[in-house]
Design a protein around this ligand. Structure first.
Ligand SMILES: CC(C)(COP(=O)(O)OP(=O)(O)OC[C@H]1O[C@@H](n2cnc3c(N)ncnc32)[C@H](O)[C@@H]1OP(=O)(O)O)[C@@H](O)C(=O)NCCC(=O)NCCS
Length: 361
């Protein structure tokens, strides 16, 4: 049995017929097979090579490293390392995936060892990993926050714990069936509007209007400190208009649409709340990204109103109904409260893990 792990080159262009492209596309296939296995054969979480290339080819704000793991000459594993360039220069995000039929042969460990070399070379001492699980019976590992747990006997839990990672936080993964929710959304909007006099709600698809870019950057920056992070090390992110434009450009390259809803304080013209949905294609789940209400404007149902506005905009776009997915910290009661009343229901749990290298085991 031979195991080989090496870093993959990011192809110079999309589907350019090179060997680099073929291996990159094969690596995405491995990723998709592992995720489909996790979700009981549901392939709608698969990403296309175009989406993956859109991510890989835009490395201004973070450096992304991809690794392949071969068992007896067959590509069976993918490693992924995310190295922020603007802030948190001691932190890295990692992911290791091994095809189900190639597990327990040391491939995952070999990929991790190769990742360690990258972390050493880049001076990253804190490593974080996120793993989703379907709800399962049996023993659990409780989050140190006191909110949520993950299945103790899951291979990923055993693997990460064995490497010295600690579970820091559990996120609830929830789904909304939009087709069933429209009447409820209209009702929630009507209930919330009287609480939010003096604010205007605005929605758009694609690029943010230029006059709102700077203000949206300020809200993105606040998101990096205001969302509950439990024991996960983090630093305030440095956002400006250019960084907002770059994430929108990346979604365009991936072939995905971004739907935004914002609240504007009419007296000052200030942008005080935003939420974002990302749509890949009508038959795929829609992903809820960040939602934030500025601290000074909370308690006026603006979080509810921007979310309802965006979901109703989505319903117009995908009239036959969409599945919307969201991840929220299990201790984030205000956000869970909004999502539960919108009709989101738990379908899984994500563990957020951290390893401080050279720290106490
Ligand atoms: C987690 C994962 C990457 C492990 O890959 P792997 O190639 O099986 O890992 P290894 O063979 O190197 O296993 C290393 C150790 O992890 C632990 N482990 C892995 N799978 C296990 C399982 N099913 N049950 C118990 N322990 C397990 C064991 O301690 C194992 O060592 P051992 O085989 O000597 O007992 C693989 O299960 C996977 O791809 N899961 C889905 C993807 C995912 O969620 N990855 C998240 C990690 S960032």
């Amino acid at each position: 049995m031979t195991i080989e792990v090496r870093e993959l080159a990011v192809p110079a262009a999309y589907d350019d017929g090179t060997e680099e492209w073929a291996t990159f596309a094969e690596m995405i296939g491995v990723r998709n097979a592992v995720i489909a296995d996790r979700w009981d054969g549901d392939t709608t979480h698969a990403i296309t090579p175009r989406e993956a290339f859109g991510t890989a080819s835009s490395q201004v704000d973070e450096r992304l490293v991809y690794l392949g793991g071969w068992l007896d000459g067959r590509l069976v594993a993918r490693g992924y390392v995310e190295l922020s360039r603007r802030e948190a220069l001691h932190i890295a995000g990692v992911d290791v995936l091994v095809l189900p039929d190639a597990r327990r042969r040391g491939v995952g460990t070999a990929v991790w060892r190769a990742i360690e070399g990258i972390l050493d070379a880049d001076g990253r001492t804190t490593v974080q990993a996120w793993v989703d699980h379907r709800p399962a019976d049996g023993p659990v590992l409780e989050a140190p926050t006191g909110f949520g747990s993950v299945p103790l006997d899951a291979p990923e839990v055993r693997f990460l714990a064995g490497l010295g990672f600690h579970l820091e936080q559990v996120e609830r993964m929830s789904e909304l069936r939009l087709g069933d929710a429209i009447e409820q959304l209209e009702r929630l909007r009507a209930d919330a509007l009287p609480h939010a006099r003096g604010y205007a709600i605005r929605t758009w698809t694609g690029r943010t209007p230029p006059e709102l870019l700077e203000q949206l950057a300020v809200l993105h920056q606040r998101m990096s400190t205001d969302a509950p992070a439990a024991g996960l090390d983090h630093e305030e992110e440095a956002w400006d208009a250019g960084r907002v434009e770059r994430i929108e450009e990346i979604e365009e390259r991936r072939g995905r649409d971004m739907l935004r809803a914002v609240a504007i304080h009419e007296a000052t013209g200030q942008l005080v709340a935003f939420t974002t949905l990302v749509v890949a294609s009508p038959d795929r789940p829609v992903y809820q990204h960040d939602t934030l209400v500025h601290g000074e404007h909370r308690g006026r149902r603006l979080g509810m109103l921007v979310k309802v506005a965006n979901l109703l905009a989505l319903a117009e776009r995908v009239p036959h109904g969409a599945r919307v997915m969201t991840w929220n910290a299990e201790e984030n009661r205000p956000m869970l409260g909004v999502n539960e009343s919108l009709g989101f229901r738990a379908i899984g749990y994500g563990g957020a893990w951290q390893l401080v290298r050279g720290g106490t085991p």
